[in-house]
Design a protein around this ligand. Sequence first.
Ligand code: NAD
Length: 481
Amino acid sequence: MKQILNYINGELILPVKRKLMDNENPATGEIYSVCPDSTEEDIQLAVDSAKDAFPKWSELSVESRTKYLWNIADSLEKQIHELAEAETRDTGKPINLSKTVDIPRAAANFRFFAGAALNFSSESHQTGKTIFNYTLRQPLGLVGCISPWNLPIYLFTWKIAPALAVGNCVIGKPSELTPMTAFLLSKICMESGLPAGVLNIVHGRGDKVGSALVNHSDVSAISFTGGTETGRSIAKSVAGKFKKVSLEMGGKNPAIVYPDCNYKKTLSSLLKSSFTNQGQICLCSSRLLIHKSIYDKFKSDFINKVKKLSVGDPLKIESNMGALISEDHLNKVLSYIESAKEDGGKILIGGNPLKLDGRCSNGWFISPTIIDGLKNDCRVNQEEIFGPVVTLIPFSSEEEAIGIANDSQYGLSATIWTQDIEKAHRAAERLDAGIIWINCWLVRDLRTPFGGTKSSGVGREGGSEALQFFTEPKNVCVKIN
Ligand code: NAD
């Protein structure tokens, strides 16, 4: 049984109360490690150690901090095979995805934000001939970074790298469902010589340690990625304390497919945008809006493509899809499929849990599912399912497509598929979402603002947005004579 430990003050330690909880491999149902079930005492230890480390870390030159982050990136790259295997065991995601997306991106996050901090500049304003303003961008102090289970090390490092790069000390809280790669990252930080207390990682449940972190008076800011209801409760908790908060939450992302799209490429891209990571990516397309003139053809071609996806042992390179994160989550996804049936939806393919043979016979698998015949106002089209379930919705005009796409509490991302660039730009302007992709999906340039509108998010991550979030601007006004 592997033992995951908290990383506090540069050391790997058990939680104060010594309570541990089981950690399951979703593809086998096997409990293969134990993880700290930490409490607010552990958060206090992490806060104390971060407070001790902060003055020195924030006073280091940005070049010195950058070197540490680059060393961590190098180690992540060197250990890609071990880390990818650990991520796949912890999440049930296909190994190919862990190797080509999750781990390379974690390394890229450290490398990118180290470079971004080197290039980070602040404003200055001249007022008349004798007055000059310049803006200092100072670290906030201690910040809390809370991340979800779907892209564990990818999203954890997306937060902690910019926070560290600009001189903050961090208390990180990874998801209790997927603690393993954050634990391995703490070992890498120790090997890389990161000074004690600069980064602390406390494992445990959200309602215990997550909320203790959010409510701690010495923590100046919270960067959170996760579900909308959790985000709402964090927003309420911090409101009275006037903490800075960045919330990246759920989505119900539309894809608008026009008849003049590049049909073959669109079909293949939608397969990926619908089912990558078993549909457990906040940016996955879940409502496919298809123009009436190509609806029937698209439906049958899409079903044929989905039939070829192989759901299987995530450690096998040939598996396109692995397991869902837990039995609870599988049941949640299945309950949405039942709700679709009650609302008159037709299951075109999938809709069932899958029993695999051998090693994975007790895992949480489901076949990729396509549903049509549902109105946009039903639960399945309004609530985030976060699984491999998409609906097809026909539309006949641009106006109608934009109306359906925007008829949602969410506003994270949207994709537009057409070769008419004017039409695409018009739609991009009118869609209520923070991220629009035209003729592509999940193409990420780390310099761009990342985040959602409405119930999908508050604030933006990425590039200078992240560096601004993790710093406090202070204007200094100088009068000469
Ligand atoms: P979740 O909200 O259940 O948990 C996210 C994190 O918050 C976990 O670390 C959890 O322990 C912690 N947490 C839970 N309750 C807390 C509390 N009261 N106080 C502080 N922390 C608490 O979300 P999840 O199920 O882990 O992740 C899936 C959700 O994340 C989906 O809704 C998905 O859309 C969203 N997500 C959004 C983005 C984005 O960038 N917008 C990216 C990935 C995932």
